[in-house]
Design a protein around this ligand. Sequence first.
Ligand code: AGP
Length: 605
Amino acid sequence: MCGIIGYTGQMDALKVLLNGLEQLEYRGYDSAGIALLSSSSDRLLVKKAGPVATLKETCQTLDVESHCGIGHTRWATHGGVNDVNAHPHVAGKVTLIHNGIIENYHNLIERFGFQDSLVSETDTEVAAKLFDYYYHGDPVEAIRKTIRELTGAYAFCILFEDIPDQIFCVRNVSPMVAAHIDGSSFVASDVTAIIPYTNRYFVIPEYQIVTLRQDGISVEDLEGNPREPEMLEVSWNVEAAKKNGFPHYMLKEIHEQPEALRNTILPRLRDGLPDFEEDGIPDDLFRNCDKVAIVACGTAMYAGMVGKALMEPLLKIPVSVNIASEYRYESPLIDEHTLVIVISQSGETIDTLAALRLSRKYGAKVLSIVNVKGSTIARESDYVFYTHAGPEIAVASTKAYMVQLASLYLIGCRMAMVRGNFDREEASQFISRLSASVPAVEKVLAKKDKIKTAASLLAKAQDAFFVGRGLDYAFSLEGSLKLKEISYIHAEAYAAGELKHGTIALIEEHTPVIAVATQDHIYGKTLSNVREVRARGAFVILITKCGAEVPEDVCDLHFSVPVTYDQFTVFPVAVILQLLAYYTSDMKGLNVDKPRNLAKSVTVE
Ligand code: AGP
């Protein structure tokens, strides 16, 4: 996720751009930049690693009058966090900013022979070079030809140096809106940056070319036919706009999960198989290890539990999951043949960082799964598998967890291919099932009302139990954490077969038990455990696969997930458990995004 803004009109363009980038910083903040076209067509470019404040400080010394420009605040996907990789990118007469991922940019570099002239590591610079390659004075023609070559998601704002005061825009999948009022035209990733000037805007239609001028905005399709976009009105203030209209960042981020999954999975697929060449992760890392140690904290550690449950039976080598705050003070049985996988959304969790450093002392190779580009854990790892969830603002992790799972599934599949556990056909089938998890997540998001009902019952509880077996137990751990950390209900997750060894003594009339039973080979066993708690008065919420046989007397509420393959139920199940926790907390009137006692990144021991 990045933030983009463009302006042309009577106002001071630099001021409009910098103010807009500040509003858009919640979309990404590892670097920022602006480009201005003065009336004499001189192009001015300023871009810096660091937050928008750094860019703003750098721009204070500028003595320039401009009424047309574009600005960008970056959430890095391709290329490190530095000035060179910051947007805008320049190629010949073209200046470009971009939100999205061009999946075929490597192929474009080879086809058009760009390799010797690139200065950055980004897919965006390749797109800029292609726009310039096709530009011979007709910007619309250049745009038309360029986007025909691109595969992936994009929202582009383009300046052509010899066309002052005009901004050209085109999008596919990535969001972009535009507005015109009183001699000023605006384009931005979302209405947050436009609201200070007007509440009337339109969503730029996909594959239509939008030209911003000071006297208005024109829209045309790829055949050059003029089009009239649908005008919309927004009544949000800026804060509401940052949440895209959702009441809380957490709910917005839960809904961003399909996009986060696509942005994390698709760039790692080549011919339908996992390929980590662009990530610089060699197959030898997977081939030469004789065991895997996963190390993390909190939700990241629970993602690791799912990774273990998937990878160990698949790879037939030991896969351990270690609480980082414990591991760092132990003498772990690891060595140069161990692959340590460190998982961290923030990349700054101090216990996880300490565990990473200890692992390297023992000679282990460290592969980290991190969401924040250039974070400390990323920089100290041997290899990094970045997730592309975009900034996660809510303290309770949702989309970051989801993409950590997807990353572990991709890594597990690649390891299985390299180590001979999967042939190409099996790997391809696994990936197509992983890809199918995205629409499964979207289907659950479309059915929230029944989850709200369950939450209204949970909100009255003091205690709650989550039970499952195998993968379902791993899902339950995260579901339990989500509920307790934002609703303050004492929730515990238990291996379903373990309840009768003591904990079942806590079950009494109306005690809520959320039972996850999506694994065929142990479904009957889990149902037996569910009957045991129900016999003692528990209120049972049962989550199964679609089509599972659910006896009448076994639960009070039943949810089914639209997935038929046991290994892939985690993605829609996670959404149900996230929404259950979210609505419970919201119904209790609690601060969902900033729960008491917690911080987004735990950088203290
Ligand atoms: C999860 O909802 C919490 N925010 C917390 O458990 C978090 O997952 C944990 O602190 C690890 O953070 P990290 O992924 O940034 O390392």
